[in-house]
Design a protein around this ligand. Sequence first.
Ligand SMILES: [Zn+2]
Length: 135
Amino acid sequence: MKVTRVQIVARGLTNRCPNCGGRTIFKAGTLFEVNQACPQCGLRIERDEGFFLGSLSLNYGVTLVGFLTPVLVLAYYKVIGTTTAIVLAGVGAILVPALLYRPSRSWWLMNYYLFLPQHLPANKPESGPGQDENI
Ligand SMILES: [Zn+2]
C-alpha cells in the first residue's frame, strides 16, 4: 500500500485528503461546506446521503463525553455552582458541536479509510492490460 494507516490518521487529524494529503477537504472560503472531490487528486469526498451521519454521532459523543460530562462532574462535586454549570452546558452544547463540525467530518472520513485503506485510489493495484478494474 502506498498510503499507510499512519498517514491516513495524520491526514484525517489535519483535515487533509486521505488519498493525496492535499489541503483541505473543505471548500476554500467556507466553514461548513465539504468539497465534492479533492481538487488535487479527484478523490470523491462528498458521498451518498447519510455517509456523514456517523460524523454527527462522533461530534455528539465527543461533546457529551469531552465537555458536558466534565461540567456535570464539576457541578456534582461543587467545584462550580449550579447556575454556572447550566450556563456552561447550554452554551457548550451549541458552541462545541459547531467547533467540532469540521474535525468530525474529517475524522469520519479518516475512520472509513482507516478500516478500508484498500478503497483509496492511491492504494488500488495497477491493472494490467486485459485486466478488468472491477475484479
Ligand atoms: Zn486528494
